[in-house]
Design a protein around this ligand. Structure first.
Ligand code: ATP
Ligand code: MG
Length: 383
């Protein structure tokens, strides 16, 4: 089977195009995981030749590939008018079986030596289809299906068009460090930034034994799911028990959550530096919970200079859940293992923290050494 992949936004990026196409090809190869596929790039079109036994695997890979707007399985035929017409009729018969009633032909010709120009292809193919498949009618304005004919080094005919993920190829925008909890939001945040071209490292903070092994396994599973789109994820598991204990001992309890977030940012900035990530990514969404008011977000970021990206900041929970389901993370995210122990979570948290006060409380924790040690002792997995 020969597939045609349609490139998205990257075709707009003038000077970077060559580099983007190279990355896209590399990502596709990685997602195909050794399937016997041959990738050819001509004129901004990707053709992927896949043996029958690898079709499923290939379609799976395409559906996880950022940077393409869509893909189609094609009929390939010899470069003669008769072969082209026969392929169009065969395609039309498939449409008829799917109960399609109206169609149009679209043609593209990069090989100018073909005896028909694009208009000639459309007119001839349209006529042949109408004669051979009488249940189909032409509708040039709003057809139910389009039969595409591309005249290149061979002829490609296709009508099925599966939507791709769009976005930019993973890694063209460098690396980001995702703060990955076990919840619904952060995996979605990572997915969205991957779609803007970021490779993802993830950091997870736990308070074992106050949090469970299952909670960590759940996070590893979420990282693995995210990694299906980001061509793998490196997961940094950080034991934050001592840090959390220190906060519990020394800070006013209503401040515990904000101070913990500040400590996480500090540690994450350190990890980001080591894994060459340019930014931190969180699943914060404005006003979703007490720690996510504008004031508390200001407190959270006040201890780091690294930019913090929050792709969900203006999204509501419904929209976030839809993406979570689409990427296959939702069922795992809602498993009941908590990534945070209630022992450390105030019932009445500070809602509008003052940055100066936050910084002064943070200072008093005298926590830098504990944070540094937890980062140093982190465990790193490749998923
Ligand atoms: P999520 O659904 O992602 O867990 P949430 O709605 O529970 O988010 P918070 O608990 O306030 O919101 O967390 C906000 C963000 O802080 C998370 O999206 C995540 O990026 C980060 N975060 C929270 N807890 C952890 C943790 N234990 N390890 C790593 N990052 C965390
Ligand atoms: Mg959470």
């Amino acid at each position: 089977m020969v597939y045609l992949l349609k490139l998205g936004e990257l075709t707009l990026k003038g000077g970077n195009r060559g580099e983007f196409e190279k990355v896209l090809k590399r990502n596709l190869k990685a997602l195909l995981k050794g399937a016997a596929a041959e990738i050819r790039v001509t004129n901004g079109r990707y053709f992927v030749d896949v043996p029958e036994e690898c079709v499923k695997q290939a379609e799976n890979a395409f559906s996880r590939l950022f940077g393409i707007t869509g893909w189609a399985s094609t009929r390939v035929c010899e470069k003669t008018v008769d072969a082209m017409l026969a392929a169009c009729i065969a395609e039309a018969r498939v449409l008829e079986q799917k109960d399609v009633k109206t169609f149009k032909i679209e043609a593209r010709r990069t090989d100018k030596s073909f005896p028909l120009d694009s208009y000639g292809v459309m007119a001839n193919a349209g006529r042949s289809v109408l004669e051979s498949v009488p249940t189909l009618k032409v509708d040039v304005k709003t057809p139910s299906a389009v039969i595409n004919v591309e005249i290149r080094e061979r002829i490609y005919v296709y009508s099925n068009n599966v939507k791709g993920l769009r976005g930019l190829p993973v890694s063209v925008a460098g690396r980001g460090l995702l703060l990955l909890s076990g919840g619904i939001d952060s995996p979605v945040a990572g997915f969205l930034m991957a779609g803007r071209g970021m490779s993802i490292d993830a950091a997870h903070f736990h308070a074992y034994p106050f949090t469970s092994d299952e909670a960590q396994q759940k996070v590893a599973k979420l990282a693995e799911i995210l990694g299906r789109y980001t061509i793998g994820v490196r997961l940094h598991i950080v034991r934050f028990t001592d840090v959390q204990m220190r906060i519990k001992e020394r800070a006013p309890f209503p401040w515990a959550t904000v101070l913990l977030r500040m400590a996480m940012m500090k540690a994450s900035e350190n990890i980001a530096l080591q894994c060459k990530a340019k930014c931190l990514i969180t699943g914060e969404s404005l006003s979703q919970v007490a720690s996510q008011t504008a004031e508390n977000i200001a407190c959270t970021q006040s201890v780091v200079a690294t930019p913090i990206l929050r792709p969900l900041i203006g999204m509501d929970k419904e929209a976030i859940i839809r993406i979570s389901e689409k990427i296959g993370a939702y069922r795992t995210s809602i498993l009941p293992y908590e990534d945070c122990c209630t022992l450390f979570s105030p019932k009445h948290p500070v809602l509008r923290g003052d940055v100066k006060e936050a910084l002064s409380l943070f200072e008093k924790l005298d926590i830098a050494v504990l944070i540094e040690r937890s980062v140093k002792e982190r465990v790193v997995y490749r998923l």
